[in-house]
Design a protein around this ligand. Structure first.
Ligand SMILES: Cc1cc2nc3c(=O)[nH]c(=O)nc-3n(C[C@H](O)[C@H](O)[C@H](O)COP(=O)(O)O)c2cc1C
Ligand SMILES: [Mn+2]
Length: 474
């Protein structure tokens, strides 16, 4: 579970680009954002960051291609997200079933212990935390990070990716949406008037990061258990001395400290995955007083800046999400599901599901089942099996040509959203919005009389290409 080893692997795959001499102040963010606009963009490793030791690094755009994603999960390499989804969906059942099989193992010696600083020696400015976007309220040391907390009742740890603002040399801000596991856990300490122990890993193997950043698994099992199940091998952790939290043995940097109860500090604004700055102004959030820093020599931080689409997280998070929803639909008894996808441009707000309609009401049943437990799907669209849900243009075509809005769109009011949602009234509105359930399948009662879609047969396509392809460049 080593980020460095992973960097070596993807370098050998020809998918790593090294950038030397960039500035932490907007350049690393700017280069990463432009890189994401290239198709099949490489991962970036920033070195020689201005004002920092030359071998302190930051890696961004780690999981943007299907090849790097499948490699990271130890899956066969694939070139289309639809195929990746099928593989992940199949595997997911096994991962879920094996959550108890590979719990994390505690070790004593670990690379992260190479450098340790405590108390007054802690200085977070020794790391090249970027200012990512022009409108950000400060530098964000944690974006590609894993925040580790513990449930005081069960003792179980949790890993989640939550943005971490650099407040000063030994304080960082936390910004955790209500309902997230870390928040459920630290609030239990705060409710009892106790400081909550928190450790933050800044730079870890991208599989561990992907698990932190995804809604897997449900408590009480931790993301360590999930990653253990994916790899068929436990994650190695050390027992962090001050907080007692298990932290990854091969982490690049770990910050450890406590979040005091009842205390907050201005946090943000920060350019978020919705494509907007979250909060027009700074809003107070809990913070963490960092009492100890551990790091490997020549540390490499992870960076995953959110952006207006396209952005990095969409793909790897959405494929895990889609696989989970796909299996959940089947478990809920919905037959003939053919595909599930979260459109990257939709920012988790647009879910497309294809089914082969078997009976009247099948599409509506699917729509309702897709809303169970999910927090942030504003538009749910059901399409027929001839539509590829991962292809946004096909989904839009079906939506435009197979719906009669008055009949095919249902609105459900006051469903759960998140405070970052741009349409939730600022600054204090309750994070709820309505949802549109869109049945873009052919109307069941007369689907067999619905106009036949134009679709060139593979035979005609082959024949046409064989005769004309070369000369016309088709
Ligand atoms: C780069 C990145 C940044 C994120 N930042 C936040 C954040 O600041 N606050 C938050 O609540 N969720 C954030 N998320 C989403 C959570 O990491 C995700 O919902 C995860 O499942 C949370 O862990 P949990 O399921 O254990 O609560 C972020 C995700 C990514 C990929
Ligand atoms: Mn969790």
């Amino acid at each position: 579970m080593d980020l460095r080893q992973w960097l070596g692997e993807i370098d050998r795959m020809g998918e790593l680009q090294v950038v030397r001499g960039a500035d932490w102040d907007l350049e690393i963010g700017g280069i990463s954002e432009l890189n994401l606009r290239r198709t099949n963009c490489p991962a970036l490793l920033f070195k020689d960051i201005q004002g920092y030791p030359p071998d302190y690094g930051i890696v961004t755009c780690a999981l943007t291609t299907t090849r790097r994603f499948t490699h990271t999960l130890g899956l066969p390499l694939r070139d289309s997200w639809r195929e990746v989804l099928e593989i992940v969906r199949e595997k997911y059942k096994g991962w879920q079933a094996n959550l108890d099989r590979y719990p994390p193992v505690e070790v004593r010696d670990a690379p992260v212990l190479e450098n340790v600083r405590s108390g007054p020696a802690v200085n977070l400015y020794e790391f090249p935390a970027p200012k990512w976007h022009e409108g950000d309220g400060g530098r964000y040391i944690g974006t590609g990070c894993s925040v580790i907390t513990r449930d005081p009742d069960t003792g179980e740890a949790n890993l989640g990716t939550y943005r971490t603002m650099l407040h000063d040399r030994n304080t960082v801000g936390l910004h955790v949406t209500p309902g997230r596991h870390a928040r459920n856990q630290y609030e239990k300490y705060h409710d009892r008037g106790l400081p909550a122990p928190v450790a933050i890993s800044l730079g870890e193997h991208p599989l561990l990061f992907a698990a932190s950043a995804s809604e897997v698994p449900h408590a009480p099992r931790s993301e360590y258990h999930f990653v253990g199940a994916v790899r068929g091998e436990p994650v190695r952790v050390i027992h962090e001395e001050l907080t007692g939290l298990p932290v990854p043995a091969e982490a690049e940097i770990v910050l450890a400290g406590f979040s005091p109860p009842g205390k907050v500090r201005a946090e943000g604004p920060f350019g978020e995955f919705t494509g907007y700055y979250s909060g027009a102004e700074d809003t107070p959030q809990p913070y963490i007083e960092i009492q100890r820093v551990y790091h490997r020599s020549k540390p490499v931080m992870g960076g995953v800046p959110p952006n207006r689409p396209p952005d990095e997280r969409s793909h790897f998070m959405d494929v895990i999400r889609a696989a989970k929803l796909y299996n959940d639909l089947i478990d809920a008894g919905v037959p003939e599901v053919r595909g599930v996808w979260f459109s990257d441009v939709g920012r988790q707000l647009l879910i497309a599901i294809s089914i082969k309609q078997r009976y009247a009401g099948h599409a509506k049943q699917t729509l309702l089942a897709a809303c169970l437990g999910y927090t942030f799907g504003r538009y749910v669209v059901i399409v027929d099996e001839d539509i590829d849900p991962t292809n946004r243009d096909e989904v839009l075509w079906a939506m435009c040509t197979r719906t009669d809005p008055a009949r095919d769109i249902d609105i459900v009011r006051e469903t759960r959203s998140i405070p970052l949602d741009p349409i939730v009234p600022k600054p204090t509105g309750a994070p709820v919005t309505s949802r549109a359930l869109i049945n873009a399948c052919k109307p069941y009662e007369w689907k067999d009389r619905f106009p036949r879609p134009i679709k060139m047969s593979p035979e005609l396509e082959d024949k046409t290409r064989a005769r004309w392809g070369k000369t016309l460049g088709l």
